[in-house]
Design a protein around this ligand. Structure first.
Ligand code: PMV
Length: 344
């Protein structure tokens, strides 16, 4: 028997960082997938094969100042931390006892703010549950299990990523709870990921600690300017609410403007270094209705991702313009399907 569990990537559309302080955030599933296969093996324990995990995107033929190797084995090792923890959790909580082979393959770039950690965790426990006859179809339980594992590996994490990996579609995080929004339309997004850290020995920790360090920086700024921060956070919360309405009405012009404003707020809390800022400005001036940083942002000279909402008929122009900066650019769609578990 072979079980294959696949899950989508995520993008936070509105409200990142401010969600850490109880404000609303809107996230969606993108049509990039990660899958975990579980099958039997002759020996005991767990044999793991990780294949095809891109570091920051697709095949990269462009040789530029910013070119990176396609695979960073140290980062692949980081993904393994989530798999190992998921296996240990399943042994402890559900009494599974090994004798399986796990094979992971992914289209989701690692450490780029697109949810690869949560995707790895959700797909691993879903496949193991089904293989060991423990799958009861309870997605909420699966999401909670995955969120516990994610928190154990990386420290504090909001429920956003594991919710999107599990449910797909759109989720609104409100008051710390997860609400699935089923009435929002699929839209096109162009993503641009930058990386300027030389990959290799000694630099992995810079990538690894990125989200945690950025969240810390925001906390420092919040403490230094507490009343100003509260206004900014309330404005971000308001933007998320307005974005849900605009998206429901398919008013993309308004949605794009809301993205531009949200980006300004992220800049004001110090998570937008020059290259990400330039990429956003370029997108805004090259056929995007709106553009913003997504996820944690980036440290100066670090890695990060921008999402841009193309105006009708302008995706090609937008993709080309963004690509000229050395960013890895992809044309993606929101509202992608959540967890799918199949048996072969
Ligand atoms: O860059 P990512 O995908 O790790 O997103 C982090 C989003 C934050 O709001 C900054 C933190 C969180 O846990 O929600």
């Amino acid at each position: 028997m072979k079980i294959i569990a696949s899950v989508p990537a995520k993008a936070i559309l509105f409200g990142e960082h401010f969600v850490v302080y109880g404000k609303r955030a809107l996230a969606t599933a993108l049509n990039l997938r990660l899958s975990v296969e579980v099958s039997g093996r002759a020996g005991e324990g767990y044999h793991l094969i990780v294949e095809d995990i891109p570091l920051f995107g697709l095949d990269m033929e462009l040789t530029s100042e910013y070119a990176q190797p396609f695979i960073n084995y140290d980062e692949a090792a980081r993904a393994i931390a989530y798999i190992r923890s998921a296996v240990q959790y399943m042994e402890r909580e559900y009494g599974i006892d090994g004798g399986v082979e796990l094979r992971v393959s992914s289209e989701i770039p690692l450490s780029a703010g697109l949810g690869s950690s949560a995707a790895t965790t959700v797909a691993t426990i879903a496949a193991l549950k089904r293989y060991f006859g423990l799958w009861n179809g309870d997605l909420d339980e699966l999401r909670r299990d995955a969120h516990k594992i994610e928190k154990a590996v990386q420290g504090n994490a909001s429920p956003t990523d594991t919710a999107i990996s599990t449910y797909g579609g759109y989720v609104l995080i409100e008051g710390g709870g997860v609400k699935r929004l089923r009435d929002l339309p699929e839209i096109e997004l162009v993503t641009g990921t930058i990386c300027t850290i030389p990959v290799g020995a000694g630099h992995e920790s810079e990538l690894r600690l990125k989200t945690r360090e950025l969240v810390e920086r925001v906390k420092t700024r919040k403490e230094a300017f507490s009343s100003v921060f509260e206004h900014i956070a309330s404005a971000a919360d308001e933007l998320t609410g307005e974005a849900v309405v605009a998206l429901r009405r398919h008013d993309l012009t308004r949605l794009g403007s809301l993205m531009n404003i949200n980006h300004g707020l992220l800049d004001s809390i110090g998570v937008v270094p020059r290259r990400l800022s330039e990429l956003v400005k370029l997108a805004q001036e090259s056929g995007a209705l709106g553009a913003k940083v997504t996820g944690a942002g980036a440290l100066p000279d670090g890695t990060g991702t921008v999402i841009a909402l193309p105006a009708a008929g302008h995706s090609d122009e937008l993709r080309i313009a963004m690509g000229l900066t050395g960013a890895i650019v992809r044309d993606l769609r929101t509202n992608a399907m959540g967890l799918v578990v199949e048996e072969e």
